[in-house]
Every structure is written in structure tokens, then in C-alpha cells.
Design a protein around this ligand. Structure first.
Ligand SMILES: [Ca+2]
Ligand SMILES: [Ca+2]
Length: 361
């Protein structure tokens, strides 16, 4: 492709864009938006992600911002009660095959919703932010005499090395990994395995809110089912693989719910995803409600562990921490009148800071 010259040519483009705005109100394209974005007042749609270095900026009103693809740049909802939704694209299905000794193709991996360097800002107002990794594609089917079925594609992560900040107001933030792809069947050879679900948070940072009681839900993606005739399904995705979650400074606390993905269906391998594998979770000075849970296995394997390695520090306030599934890490309940509930092995309890420790079914 030829490079465009700066200078006059650039100016001409700017002028004609301005003319276009005058001619088509409401404008379908906003000059500052990335390619693939269109606007109709406060409704902004982007079909090709947000590239690094570019920004989608909402109005001061209540925006609906819908993005398909990966965010490597910035989405800034600004003031108002904004609804921001990002879906990573799904992976393509693997191609089928036939003939002698021909293995079918694996499914394509799902895209991350927010990738390296990506930033999603709710700004002031009560924002709903939903970030969902793309689903892995189905493995191809082999009709060949000896060929194997394709593996499913991996589910995409919700946030990988990105930043999400709900800002002031009552925010509802959801991170969910994409589902792993289903394995492909084989007429004569070995069927393909289902793939692992995507992660909720991988090496990113989430700031739930600032001044009011906001909520964060992080789910690992569901594993892909075993191929028809096959055994091994995909593991559930880890909800928090690594990364930092900050409650913020809300005096009334926050709610944080972290759950590993369920495995796919099959008779062989397929573990439930871990809830909180490793990372840093910091509550607010207020009363926080925090739940950690491993994903279920829908094959013959085990439920995922709920909490492997923190730190988890709920800070001040009267906090409630609930852990469903195995736990090997210590919880720091902090000052306040705190309640710690668990269902399985408790690991290392911090009896000095968790005042009420209850085992329940
Ligand atoms: Ca706005
Ligand atoms: Ca907000």
C-alpha cells in the first residue's frame, strides 16, 4: 500500500470529513473514533476492536458503547450512566478433512476482549461494564481413513494485561472468559479434545469503584465438550490467573464474586477451573462481600480450587468472605467484625483478623 503524504492531503481529508458531518446528521462516523466505529447520538458501535493508541470517548450523557474485537486502546465512557460491552471475536471452526491419513484442523482461538495495553474507563455515573472473551472454534471433523479430529480452539480472555476502572458511582463490572471449543469427531481415528475456557483476568488491573458500593464478577470460561465419540473435554478457565483487583475507597464496601469456569462434558479429562489462582485482591475500608469458588467438573474430574495464592486483604469494615472449594492461601480479614465462611479445606486461617470462622455445606 502507498503511504499517504502529510500536509495538504491531510487537510483535504479533514475538510471533507467536516463536510460529511454537516451533510449527514446524525453522523455515522466520528472523526476521532477508530475505523469500524459508528455513532448515533449516544449509541456507539465498533466492529473492529480499538487499536493501540486510539480512544473511543463517550459523551457526557448515558452512552451505550458496543465493541466487537479486542481493545488495545482506550474506551472512556465519561460522565453519565454508561453501558460498555466488549466481545472478543470467536475463533473460526477448523476445516473438515477426508482422504488417507489426514487430520482435521483445530478450531481457532477466541480473541481477548481487552488485550495488552487496553483500558476501559467508566468515569462518573452508574456504569455497566461487560467484557467477554471470544469462544474457541469447534475442531474440524476427520472423515479420513486414519485421520484425527481437530482440537477445539481456546476460549479468549476477558482482560489480559489491561486496565478496567469503574470510576465514581455504582458500577456493575463483569469479566468472563470465552468458552473453549468443542473437539472435532473422527470417522476412524482419534476424536479431538475439547479446549480450555478463557481466563477472566490475566495480569491486568481492575478498580471496581471509588465512592459507592459497586460490584465485580469474574468468571472463567466454560471448557469445550469432548468430540462426539471422544472422551476428553476442556478444563474450565481460571477466573483470576494473576492480576490486581482493587475495591477502591467506597465507605459502603464492594461485592466481588470470582468463579472458575465449569469443564466441558466428557467421560475423561476435564477439570473445573480455579477461581482465584494468584493475584492481589484489596477490599475497601467499608464492609466488603467477597466470594471465591472453583468451577464444576462436568466430566469425571474434580471441582476447581477456589483460592490458591493471594494476597487477599479485605482491609477495614465488617467483611464477609465466602470460599466454596479448596483453599491453600491465607485470608487477611483486616480490622472490623469479619465473617469467614468455607466449605472445604481451609488452608491457613488468620484467626487474629477473621473473627467468625464458619464451616458450612
Ligand atoms: Ca457517558
Ligand atoms: Ca462510574
Amino acid at each position: 500500500m502507498r503511504r499517504q503524504r502529510a500536509g495538504r492531503a491531510h487537510l483535504t481529508v479533514a475538510v471533507s470529513l467536516a463536510a460529511a458531518h454537516l451533510a449527514f446528521v446524525p453522523a455515522s462516523a466520528h472523526a476521532a473514533d477508530p475505523a469500524g466505529c459508528t455513532r448515533d447520538g449516544t449509541h456507539i458501535t465498533c466492529t473492529n476492536g480499538v487499536p493501540k493508541g486510539q480512544t473511543v470517548t463517550g459523551t457526557s450523557g448515558d452512552d451505550t458503547i458496543e465493541v466487537t474485537g479486542t481493545v488495545h486502546g482506550t474506551i472512556d465512557g465519561g460522565d453519565g450512566n454508561d453501558t460498555i460491552t466488549v466481545h472478543g471475536r470467536n475463533g473460526a471452526p477448523g476445516s473438515n478433512t477426508s482422504g488417507r491419513r489426514a487430520d482435521a484442523d483445530n478450531g481457532g482461538d477466541g480473541e481477548n476482549a481487552v488485550g495488552s495495553g487496553g483500558t476501559v474507563l467508566g468515569g462518573a455515573g452508574n456504569d455497566i461494564i461487560t467484557l467477554i472473551g471470544g469462544n474457541g472454534g469447534k475442531g474440524g471433523t476427520s472423515f479420513a481413513r486414519f485421520g484425527k479430529g481437530g482440537y477445539g480452539g481456546l476460549g479468549g480472555d476477558s482482560v489480559e494485561a489491561g486496565v478496567v476502572d469503574g470510576g465514581r458511582g455504582i458500577n456493575l463490572i463483569t469479566l468472563r472468559g470465552g468458552a473453549g471449543g468443542i473437539g472435532g469427531a473422527a470417522s476412524n481415528g482419534k476424536p479431538g479434545d475439547g479446549a480450555t475456557g478463557g481466563r477472566g483476568l490475566d495480569a491486568g488491573r481492575v478498580i471496581v469503584g471509588a465512592d459507592q458500593h459497586s460490584s465485580l464478577t469474574i468468571d472463567g470460561g466454560t471448557g469445550g465438550d469432548a468430540a462426539p465419540g471422544g472422551r476428553d473435554s476442556g478444563d474450565g478457565g481460571v477466573a483470576v490467573w494473576r492480576g490486581v483487583m482493587e475495591g477502591g475507597t467506597a465507605p459502603e464496601g464492594v461485592s466481588i464474586d470470582i468463579t472458575g469456569g465449569d469443564s466441558g462434558r466428557g467421560s475423561g479429562e476435564g477439570w473445573g477451573g480455579v477461581g482465584f489462582f494468584i493475584g492481589e485482591l484489596m477490599g475497601t475500608p467499608g464492609g466488603d462481600d467477597i466470594t471465591l469458588e472453583g468451577g464444576k467438573s462436568r466430566s469425571s474430574r474434580a471441582k476447581g480450587r477456589a483460592f490458591v495464592s493471594g494476597p487477599l486483604d479485605t482491609k477495614g469494615g465488617d467483611d464477609t468472605i465466602t470460599v466454596r472449594g479448596g483453599v491453600t492461601a491465607s485470608t487477611q480479614c483486616g480490622p472490623g467484625n469479619d465473617t469467614y465462611n468455607y466449605t472445604e479445606q481451609r488452608g491457613i486461617p488468620n484467626r487474629r483478623t477473621c473473627e467468625h470462622i464458619n464451616r458450612f455445606r
